[in-house]
Each structure stands twice: as structure tokens, then as C-alpha cells.
Design a protein around this ligand. Sequence first.
Ligand SMILES: [Cu+2]
Length: 437
Amino acid sequence: MKEIFFCLILLATLSPLSTAQEAHEHPSGVAATFDPDHDSMLGMHMDMPENSALPSPHAGSGTAWQPASVPAHEWMFMRGGWELMAHGAIFLDYNQQGGPRGAGKAESVNWGMLMEEHRLGPGTILFRQMFSAESLTSPHPGFPELFQTGETYHGQPLVDHQHPHNVFAELSLLCTVPLAEKVTWEFYGGPAAEPALGPVAYIHRASASELPMAPLSHHLQDSTHTSFGVITTGFGIDRVKLEASAFNGREPNEQRWSIQFAALDSWSARASVAPSRNWSAQYSIGRLQHPEAFDSDSQWRQTASAEYNRRLARGNWATCFTWGRVHKIAAGSKLNGYLLESTLNFRERNYAFTRLELVDKDELFPAAVHPAYRIGAYTLGGERDLGHEHAWQLGLGADVTFHSKPAALDAAYGDRPVSFQIFLRLRPGNDQKGHNH
Ligand SMILES: [Cu+2]
């Protein structure tokens, strides 16, 4: 299995080289040209007709579907038959978490992604590399976030902190092959990749585009977005997609720069539907083998989500509802997380956003038995673009988070902890030439 992955890495690394060679053979320059005859069913934005309702694989990670109308903040150009894309975001924040367990830190949440896509016979092949420098830009032990749990630091489970993301957050390839007029076969995988489990990871969700904080329900919903070893296959049938994955469900350890191979002994299955350009929804279920380093238990995970996105005359409105459930098999415990997120971009430069969560947390205290507490987190924020160019958008934003919790947690967390952050956000501007006009 390792050999296959090394080949995949090699392919991913070599793809820019082959790009350069192709450019020699077809010196077509870097102009963005669109050829309406190569279209494909799984929503390749490559040359898609403008009215296509199918989501683009460029608008997320893994193979999850986000509504087709989601705006693309990316740089894109064509070169020798390759469509090359780059997107990402850098947040510079001051983050103050309230109460006795809170902390205030300067930090940077950041990621960048490169994509290279080419025709492959009648289908397409897409290479994707996502990187994050958070292992250098997060404070220790992680980004302060009240009630957040998941992964480790210095051999201890992280509590009240969000883990930084891995240097190689995704290294993958995605092939799609049309089989019939409305049927496409999909093959996806890589050494760092996202199995068919969960909604589009929050980092890429349009509904969370201005919010650098991770959801408290991350580890009940979309935390498998970086799994070290994934193979997914599936079929797109008109506006429905059915997929299954075999993957390594162990969470990344604290060596953030490494790729931690292990057996692909977890699996998942997902059904997605994109009824119109503005809607997408999914249900997925997975069995994760030994996901947590300090808990030998395995778990079932179920998620269901719906995303709505709507273009406005001078902005965009994106909303997502997600439910996620973890069933720890040996312990017999069930944890639920509910999330509602919405981001309104209005009059071009302005944003209002919110995230409302209810989530069960059982790892807030080191203990032999883990009682679960129902935590609420209610975030409201606003942002304005100081720079709003075709190439760049620089925004200044702030948000505040209120919490609800059982009275049993008052001693540890204080009566009503309130957290806030203030941040600068830098990213590519709206891609006018791309798929999403
Ligand atoms: Cu994550």
C-alpha cells in the first residue's frame, strides 16, 4: 500500500513538471480560454456551461459537494491543456477566549491549495495539494478555543484548544470518467486526503469563509478531512453521487509535518445530491478504526448536512446546517453535534456571519469515566474588505462568541465566558473568468 502512495505523491509532485513540458508542445500561453466541448458530469468547472447545476470539485477538499453557485476566490489560468488553480486564505488574529480556562493569543490560521486539472481521455484528472503553516503559526498547545477537544499536544489530549492543521493537509488525485450521458465514474485518493464522510470541511465552506475558528463539532462532523491514506470510488448519476471510501481513520498525531501511514481499516459511504445550482445535501456514515491516540475505542460516525448558496446582485449568501453523531462502540456513548452557519456578503465589501452550535463534549476533563456535557457556542461577527481587488481581498473582521453549558461546568469555565477575536484576512479575489459567473 505504501508504494502506491509514494507513487501518488510522486505524481502529484511531478505534475507541475509535465505541465511545463506540455506548455512546450502547445505554446498556448496563459490566457484563460474555454472550450465548450469538454465538459464532464461530476461538475468539472473546466469549461462547464454557465448554467450547470453540478457542483465543482474545485470548491472544497476531497470529493464533497458544495452548491455550484458558491463563489470561487482563486487564481486560475490555462497552460498547455492544463487548468491551474491556486486558492487559500491567511488569517492574522488576536483571539481572546474568556473565563478561567480561556487564554488570549496572537495567531495565524492559514492554508493554501494548488490544483492542476487536465483531460484524461474522455474524462479528467485533477491533482490537488493543500498546505498549512499552522504548525508554525499556532500558539502552543494550539489555537485557544473554549470547549474544543480533539487530537494531542506533548502527549496529552488537547482541551480548550483547536489543533493546528498538518503541513500536508491534502495530497490527492481525482479522476472522473463519463460512462454514459448522465453517469460518471469517480476515483479519488492520496496519502493525505478526505474520505467520503461529512460535509465539505469547514475550512472550505462558503458559509464559514470569514470565520477562522474551527467548529466545536469538528470531530463529530468533518475532522476526517485530513486522513493519511484514502481511496474513494463512486458514481455520479445525474444530480446524485454515491461514494464509498477505505481509509486510515487515525487522527493525525502532533508531528504536523509528517504523513502517518497505517492500514486502511476504516470505511465510509456517502450519498450526495445537488438538486439545483443553489443547493447541495449529503448523508454519510463511517466506521473509524481507533481514531483517537489515547482511546482504543473505535467509532461509528454519521453526518447529514444541507448547504444553500445564493448569489446576490453585489454579494453572496451561504448557509449550512450539519448534524454529526459519534457512537463510541466499546464505551457505548453517543455524542451529537448540531451546527448552523451563515455568511452574508453584501454591497461587495461587507460581511456578516454567524455560527450556532450545540455539541456534546466528553473530553473536557481527564477522568476514567467521561460524562458528556451539552455545550452551546453562538458566534456573531462582521467584516469589511479594506482591499477588494480582482487579485486580492484584504478584510478586517471581528466576532464574539457566547456559550451555554450545564451548571456543573461553572467552577471550571466561569459563569458566562465570552470570547472574541479580531482578525485580518487575505485571500485571492473573486474569479471572474471561472466557473461561477
Ligand atoms: Cu481539521
